[in-house]
Design a protein around this ligand. Sequence first.
Ligand code: BGC
Length: 343
Amino acid sequence: MKKILALIMSAIMMLSLVACGSGDSSTDGDVKTYKVGVAIYEFNDNFMTLYREELENYFASKETDTVKYDVQIVDGKTDMAEQTNQIRNFITQGVDVIICNLVQTSSADTIIDEVAEAGIPLVLVNREPLAYDAEGNPIDEAYEGIIDNDKVCYVGADARQSGTYQGEIVLSLADNGDLNGDGKVSYIMAIGDPENIDAQYRTEYSIKALTDAGVKVEKLAEDICNWQQTEGEEFVSSALAAHGDKIEVVFCNNDGMALGAAAAIQKAGRTVGKDIYLLGVDALTECIEMIGNGEMTGTVLNDHIGQSHTAVDVAIKLLAGEEIGDYYWVDYVKVDKDYVDAQ
Ligand code: BGC
């Protein structure tokens, strides 16, 4: 009897070892569990925090009695070497699909190659990988160009649109942003992470919208604030100290930095809507409230819900072995006082 029991026990142990080591989706009775690896560039980022929470919730909402998602989310801490290790770890674990918000888009090729070689489908999100020319500038024509793999795609928003909307909000103001009536819009620009195309295009297209409409502009200052509130506050407060009343418009590539800018503006005794304008991107809840009560001029909704849901939907298609496209775009929405009041 003891012998039979020992045999049964060792058979059970063998089976569970095989199940653990297989790495791929596991099946327990009628329940199939897919392993999903999610690599986020930085947990300490307002927008990506909303994005990642929604991603997790939406995966959970897609579970059924027979299909489960074991979602593992890791923090790249703005360190590409760390993120590369995390992706390699996902590969070793044999996850079924990877969703990646790259730390450095210039590493896209390497990551795509490694993940593709392991036969794992990959959904890139939020930081669009681009082709670059010899000087390191993104090649516009390649905007939808570099992904060419059946199991890889990019889900994001066209950052040019968000920049254009920021400029259009300024154009819709009675004075076109020229508060002091000197015939030009004098502005400062808080820039996100310059390696991220969202920062590059928002910086360029916000101003382009003004100049395309024939409005003269003058840049008084700009600085890299890496999407961070504290860096935004530092920059705007020193720009206000240096240029004072000359500053008419504060453009921030995102709302995180705009929140910092709002604090600096208040500390400098300036008043948004009266003697200065303030623009962001993302439409964080705090910023929507501030627009409603006049503390911010406008923002642009960066639809983390639409983007995260699309990323999950496409990941689920990949898990089902369905065909996918190379690029999925989610629209931005202009958010000014009229929009907020109408909600
Ligand atoms: C968002 C920023 C965020 C960045 C992260 C951008 O699309 O607007 O708030 O920090 O993505 O990559």
